[in-house]
Design a protein around this ligand. Structure first.
Ligand SMILES: [Zn+2]
Length: 188
């Protein structure tokens, strides 16, 4: 069951390693101006984070160019944009399978996610996510079409593997929207 992953330190460490890899890739590309990237992480106060791994989740990998000073923030499977809750919580507590509202509701209450936050996420999945360049570019690859009314559960179902593999694959798929939209084209 996917929800057990929220209590699994090894899954959190897997996410950390994936982010470290994304950061290495971003850094190796350097800045668009030709300058070198130096580490300049953003401090974060992550919610829905396990205490065992919290110290490693209190920064978002980011870089600063030594020449033009421009920021480059690498894509992330841990942080979905500026949201304070970790991506896995945003996915799992929004994942309402048809007729399974109670599981997600219980999860949200265990994580102390306010109802208004859940409503905002639900609106984002239902209205904004389908319009993102990411989804617009990839939706045709899913056959039969994914039921957008059941995002993100209907999307999670399409990724192969056990619960951890499927969730990690979905978070990797979503990682381009963890950075500003302009980075979408650069990272493709
Ligand atoms: Zn630069």
């Amino acid at each position: 069951m996917c929800h057990a992953l929220l209590q699994d330190p090894s899954f959190f460490r897997l996410l950390l390693r994936a982010d470290e890899e994304l950061a290495r890739e971003a850094r190796s590309l350097g800045c668009a101006c030709g300058g070198a990237l130096h580490r300049a992480n953003y401090p974060r106060k992550p919610r829905a984070c396990l205490s065992e791994v919290r110290a490693d989740f209190e920064s978002r990998f980011s870089f600063c160019c030594n020449r033009c000073r421009r920021r480059t923030t690498s894509m992330s499977v841990r942080f979905l944009g500026r949201r304070v809750y970790l991506s896995l919580a945003v996915v799992l507590s929004s994942a309402r399978h048809a007729g399974q509202r109670t599981t997600a509701a219980r999860l949200a209450s265990e994580l102390n996610i306010p109802v208004r936050t859940l409503q905002r996420w639900s609106q984002w999945w239902g209205e904004q996510f389908p319009l993102t360049p990411l989804w617009q570019a990839h939706c045709v690859r899913f056959m039969p079409p994914v039921d957008t009314a059941l995002f993100p559960a209907s999307l999670l179902e399409r990724f192969a593997g056990d619960a951890a593999e499927a969730l990690l694959r979905l978070l990797v798929f979503l990682s381009p929207i963890s950075v500003r939209p302009v980075a979408l084209n650069e990272g493709r």
